[in-house]
Design a protein around this ligand. Structure first.
Ligand code: S3P
Length: 439
């Protein structure tokens, strides 16, 4: 057992922002240096995708100021008109964001495009992007029984119709897809969402001169965007990923002797909900916001210390606002004193794995109490993980959740596919060993 968890962490850059920084760089006429980008497999898939469409993409040596697990990318493009259909299918690997946002990008590039991915990605629902792209005039078809799985084929003459789209499920990926396609439409398009999902697309498109505005009403949020080119932006810096920070916020809270400082994390209001949920559970998390550097995102350091967590109720809105953190929040709920519930988590079945099944099986394998009723997860609480063998289902967030269970309880947890963590957090095990080894 690590008697104490101590140290400072600098995390890979936010995955959602890293994808968008690359995609928008490909649509601008000019050169962009992206620093601090997450260097997981998913972001590399997006870098390959824009390169296959004709952007010039080079990976540059990181320097001593770059956080571990980050990459520097230099992208040169002549804007949309310089991009062409790739000669081979665009392989998005494990990355839903590469595929769904990539579909929006290619819908504005004349020709026929094929997007594919690994076995996990080929199981994930894609009707949610095929439908709006079809409504905008692209011929967007999938494969499989319902014609709604990858590989996707998108044929377009590059001129799309404007659209007003209301998705059936809150999804920043679908929003990101529609907003990208809308840049090539013949008028203003709108995207309406009942729950405000992460707003990196809006912030980053606006920084590139897109005419985009958000209006908030009683029935939700509407984002409206005008078509047009994106302007050049020589340098984009990506802050640390709050979804990766959540692993340390939970580890620091649950471990009996912890004091961790997580540096340079995005504190974007649409991404910080797991901090607020953990605080509702009694977590001791201090925030040290950085002065505004004009990066378009609030950024700060987070200090977390051991705390006596107690159970809480989490609603479907909480799930939508902390969608990627549910696996690690489930570990917190299983170990907090008293019962917790996470309700309306059905969307987790459509992630890199069926995360509801994966969380339930993994926590149960460690002797923790969890009951699944429909799309709701119930925790008796007050559990302590025992040694055990878990299955990550090739899912990065499950692999890291189970590893954290071992760290905080000082037991031996084996994860069948620990390497899955590299999808979003390639330096995760180094960080885990370092903070656990602090004398
Ligand atoms: C993402 C949006 C979320 C999230 C994913 C990244 C994005 O997916 O789970 O990891 O970058 O837009 P959904 O919007 O489909 O829920």
């Amino acid at each position: 057992m690590s008697d104490r968890l101590r140290g400072e962490l600098r995390l890979p850059g936010d995955k959602s922002m890293s994808h968008r920084a690359l995609l928008y760089a490909a649509l601008a006429d000019g050169e962009t240096l992206v620093t601090g980008a997450g260097d997981g497999h998913d972001v590399r898939s997006t870098a390959s995708l824009i390169a296959a469409l004709g952007a010039s993409v080079s990976r540059e040596q990181t320097t001593s100021i770059d956080a571990p697990g980050t990459a520097r990318w230099r992208v040169r493009s002549g804007g949309r008109r310089s991009l062409r259909p790739a000669t081979a299918p665009l392989d998005c690997g494990n990355s839903g964001t590469s595929m769904r946002l990539g579909a929006g990008l290619v819908a504005g590039i004349p020709g026929t495009h094929t997007l594919t991915g690994d076995a996990s990605l080929q199981r994930r629902p894609m009707a949610r992007v095929l439908e709006p792209l079809g409504a905008m005039g692209a011929r967007a078809v999938g494969s499989g029984d319902e014609g709604a799985r990858a590989p996707l084929t998108i044929t377009t003459d590059g001129s799309l119709r404007s659209v007003t789209w209301t998705p059936s499920t809150p999804s920043a990926q679908v929003k990101g897809c529609v907003l990208l396609a809308a840049l090539a439409a013949n008028g203003e398009s709108s995207y309406r969402e009942a729950v405000a999902t992460r707003d990196h697309s809006e912030r980053m498109l606006s920084a590139r001169g897109a005419l985009i505005r958000t209006t908030r009403g009683l029935d939700g949020t509407t984002v409206t965007i005008a078509p047009g080119p994106l302007s050049a932006l020589p340098h984009v810096t990506i802050p640390g990923d709050p979804s990766s920070a959540a692993f340390w916020l939970v580890a620091g809270s649950l471990h009996p002797n912890a004091d961790l400082l997580v540096r340079d994390v995005s504190l974007n209001p649409t991404r910080r909900h797991s901090i607020d949920l953990l605080r509702r559970m009694g977590a001791r998390i201090d925030e040290f916001p950085h002065p505004d550097t004009g990066s378009g995102e609030p950024v700060g350091d987070l200090r977390v210390r051991s705390a006596a967590l107690h159970g809480i109720e989490m609603s479907a809105t909480d799930v939508a606002m902390a969608i990627d953190e549910v696996p690690i929040l489930s570990l917190a709920a299983a170990m907090a004193s008293g019962a917790s519930s996470i309700r309306g988590a059905g969307e987790l079945r459509a992630k890199e794995s069926d995360r509801i099944a994966g969380i339930a099986a993994g926590l149960a394998a460690l002797g923790l109490s969890i009951t699944v009723v429909g799309d709701d997860l119930h925790f008796a609480g007050s559990g302590r993980p025992a040694s055990g063998a878990t299955a990550a289902l090739a899912d990065h967030r499950l692999a890291m959740t189970f590893a954290i269970a071992g760290l905080v309880a000082g037991v031996e947890v084996t994860v069948d596919d620990p390497g899955a963590a590299a999808v979003s957090y390639p330096t995760f095990y180094e960080d885990l060993a370092r903070i656990g080894a602090a004398a």
